[in-house]
Structure formats: structure tokens, C-alpha cells
Design a protein around this ligand. Structure first.
Ligand code: HEM
Length: 375
């Protein structure tokens, strides 16, 4: 590949497209042999333009959520709706229709959050103007947005096959930080001799839940808090700034306590309950897409005979990623801690038990996905 010139890229959209293309080529190059022969050096034809483009965008030189999900779609019919039928990916990696499903369903989850994001500004204005009715109304929109996010998430089960996700796709989302497959990181040839370490792509890099957490005053401490804060370095700088602006301008939790208004308190509690419910749903999805296939993979390696063909992808999945998320977290402890910290934001936690919605059972994720299109 020739050394590409990046100085002709002018607009934000051009740079984002270049980041997406170079990141897809990079993960394709790094993981081309699976976990068998991991790459130590990224050739200069990829590393130099990738680092230049990344620096101009203020992003790390690796595939991030803002590439794979936020910048990776187009409408088949430009005047048609934002629906699975009318959307397609710009770039993809091995895993066929499941890759399309994974990125586009996640995009629909983002889209469902938009009214809630917009309402954050109304909450801030309402608090600043001491307007209880305005804050209550805006928080109601946030709750509804989180409910719609869960509805959109349900489509994952229709479009993404767990064995393809676990056995084929996951490695391409992995990074070279906290990854036993690449303990030293990756040398970006022609940029720096010392290897660099970057986390893989994860929806923990989506700004949505970070925004809702800041809005409601959810506190993430310890190693999970540190992981989530680090994920903000994998977001567009404007998104990271937006999240930080929310917390610096607002103390909604104290406003709700101080006003002691019944409707406001109930609406706030509803928001927290919806967020806990979303995180529970997410934990169930992670069980279906990672924990159960990882269990099967271990069983298959221990018991080699009678290998069904459809399980072959799972058997070949990288063993090093069994216990870890693509962002590098120790999955279940992390996700449950984050969920429990959300519960603790509830105002009635100390007085009334069980205000939050109960954890959904495994049967819930096995129900047929709803037929949802988001206009
Ligand atoms: C099959 C689908 C999914 C799987 C298997 C999955 C897996 C994971 C894993 C393993 C983590 C731990 C962090 C890491 O190391 O990467 C994580 C975190 C996270 N994921 Fe997902 N994820 C899925 C879909 C989604 C979707 C659609 C969203 C919504 C935008 C989402 C939002 C998050 C968030 C916000 C976190 C950070 C933890 C939190 O704030 O609760 N995930 N995910």
C-alpha cells in the first residue's frame, strides 16, 4: 500500500470517514491470523496516515465506537426511515449479517436516546430557573428515551447470532491494552518506536449512558469508575466535553431532595429505575453473547468429539478473551458494579426497598424481539 497523504482531507466528515477506513484496515491487519500469530508492528503505510488523522480529530489510532457505530451507516433510500431495512454499513469485517446487525441495532439504540439527550438541556435550564414543572417534564422524556433504547436493543436477538459474535467478530473489536494476546501493545511504525496501548471498541465509549449518569448523579467509583472515565478518552472530544459540562452545571439529585415535590421525586425515581432496567437487560445480553458461548467453548475444548458444525466458530474463538470485554474489562463484576451504583442513586433507597425494577430473568431475552422501527 502506498503511503497515503492526509493533508488533502479538509472537513470533519472526511476525517471521520478516513478514521473509520484506516481503523477497519488496522484491525483487519492486526487480527488476520486470529490469536495464533499476533502482530507486533503496524506497517507505516497504515500507521502514519492513521496517526495523522487521529491527531487531527483528537481520537486514538484504533477502531472506536464513534467509527464502527456512529460513522458507519448510510440510508439506502435517503428519504426513508431510520430502520434496519433502510440502513446499511459503510465498512465491515468478517461475520456477515451479524456484523451489520450488531452495529446497526446499536445505532438504533443511540437514536432512541436522542430525545433524552436533548431534554438534558431542559433539565439544566429548569434547575437554574427553579422550575419544578419544567424539570419533571424533561425527566419524563429521559425515562421514555431509556425505555425506547431497551426496545431497540431487543432487535439484537433477531439480527446477531451469538456464536458468530463470539467466535468470529469479537476479536476484531479487541484492542492492545489489557489484552493478554498483545501484552506489549503495538508499535506504530514510523510514528514511535515504543509500543502503544489502546483499548478495543466497546459501547462503554458511547456518550449516552455517561450523560444520563451525570444527569442523575450516578457515582462510579473504584476500578469500574476508572475504566469508564478512561473510555471517555475514546470519544469525540466534543462528546466528552458535553458529558463534563452536564456534571459541572447541575446537581439534580440535591434539587430533587430539596424540593421534596412528590411528582418530581417519582419522575426522578422512574428515570433511575429505567436506567437500572436497561443495565439489567444489557447484562442479560452479555450473558447470551459472551458468557454462555465462553462456557460452550470451554466444554468443546475439553470434550473434542461430537463437534457440531455450527459450534465450530465458538470452538475457534480466542481463549484469551473468555473472561474479558473488548474494552478490556473483567466483564460481569464490572457490569454488576455499574448497575448497583445506578441503584444507589435512588432517593428512596434508604427508606423504601425494591423501588427499582426487578432484574429480568433469562427468559426475557429469549422472547421474540419486538417489531420496532424508529422513524
Ligand atoms: C450483543 C450486544 C452487546 C454486548 C455483547 C456488549 C458487551 C459489553 C461488555 C463486555 C462490556 C464491558 C466493557 C468492555 O470491556 O467492553 C460492555 C459495556 C457497556 N456496554 Fe455493551 N454490549 C452490547 C451491546 C450494547 C449496546 C447496544 C449498548 C448501548 C449503546 C451498550 C452499552 C454499554 C455501556 C454503556 C457499557 C459500559 C457499562 C455501563 O455503563 O453499564 N452495549 N458491553
Amino acid at each position: 500500500m502506498p503511503l497515503l497523504e492526509t493533508h488533502l482531507l479538509r472537513t470533519h466528515r472526511e476525517l471521520r470517514l478516513a478514521h473509520l477506513a484506516l481503523s477497519m484496515m488496522t484491525v483487519g491487519y492486526v487480527w488476520q491470523e486470529g490469536e495464533r500469530e499476533t502482530i507486533k508492528v503496524l506497517p507505516r503505510s497504515l500507521s502514519v496516515p492513521f496517526c495523522e488523522v487521529s491527531q487531527r480529530l483528537g481520537l486514538p489510532p484504533i477502531l472506536i465506537y464513534a467509527d464502527a457505530v456512529l460513522a458507519n451507516w448510510k440510508k439506502r433510500d435517503p428519504n426513508g426511515p431510520f430502520s434496519m431495512e433502510n440502513l446499511e454499513l459503510l465498512l465491515t469485517f468478517p461475520g456477515g449479517e451479524s456484523v451489520r446487525g450488531f452495529f446497526l441495532v446499536t445505532l438504533l439504540v443511540e437514536l432512541a436516546a436522542v430525545p433524552g439527550l436533548k431534554s438534558i438541556l431542559d433539565v439544566i435550564n429548569g434547575v437554574n430557573h427553579n422550575d419544578v414543572a419544567m424539570v419533571t417534564k424533561a425527566l419524563d422524556v429521559v425515562s421514555q428515551a431509556i425505555v425506547s433504547m431497551k426496545q431497540a436493543f431487543k432487535l439484537m436477538h433477531e439480527y446477531v447470532d451469538p456464536s458468530i459474535f463470539y467466535g468470529i467478530m469479537r476479536i476484531y473489536l479487541s484492542g492492545w491494552k489489557d489484552n493478554p494476546l498483545m501484552p506489549e501493545g503495538l508499535v506504530y511504525e514510523g510514528v514511535q518506536e515504543k509500543p502503544m496501548e489502546f483499548s478495543g471498541s466497546s459501547a462503554a465509549q458511547s456518550s449516552i449512558l455517561h450523560c444520563f449518569d451525570e444527569l442523575l448523579g450516578v457515582q462510579h467509583g473504584g476500578s469500574s469508575g476508572a475504566f469508564l472515565r478512561r473510555m471517555r478518552d475514546y470519544m469525540l472530544p466534543s462528546h466528552k466535553q458535553f458529558i463534563e459540562n452536564i456534571s459541572s452545571r447541575l446537581s439534580l439529585h440535591s434539587f430533587v431532595l430539596q424540593k421534596a415535590d412528590e411528582r418530581l421525586t417519582n419522575t426522578f425515581e422512574q428515570c433511575v429505575a429505567c436506567l437500572v432496567d436497561f443495565r439489567n437487560y444489557h447484562i442479560n445480553a452479555v450473558t447470551r453473547y459472551i458468557i454462555i458461548p465462553a462456557f460452550h467453548a470451554k466444554q468443546l475444548r475439553a470434550n473434542k468429539e461430537g463437534l457440531a458444525e455450527e459450534l465450530d466458530a465458538i470452538r475457534r474463538a480466542p481463549t484469551a478473551l473468555e473472561e474479558r470485554g473488548t474494552g478490556g474489562s473483567g466483564i460481569m463484576t464490572f457490569l454488576k458494579t455499574v448497575r448497583d451504583e445506578t441503584k444507589q442513586t435512588s432517593i428512596s433507597q434508604c427508606t423504601t426497598e425494591n423501588q427499582v425494577l426487578p432484574e429480568p430473568s433469562m427468559t426475557e431475552i429469549q422472547k421474540p424481539a419486538s417489531e420496532l422501527t424508529i422513524e
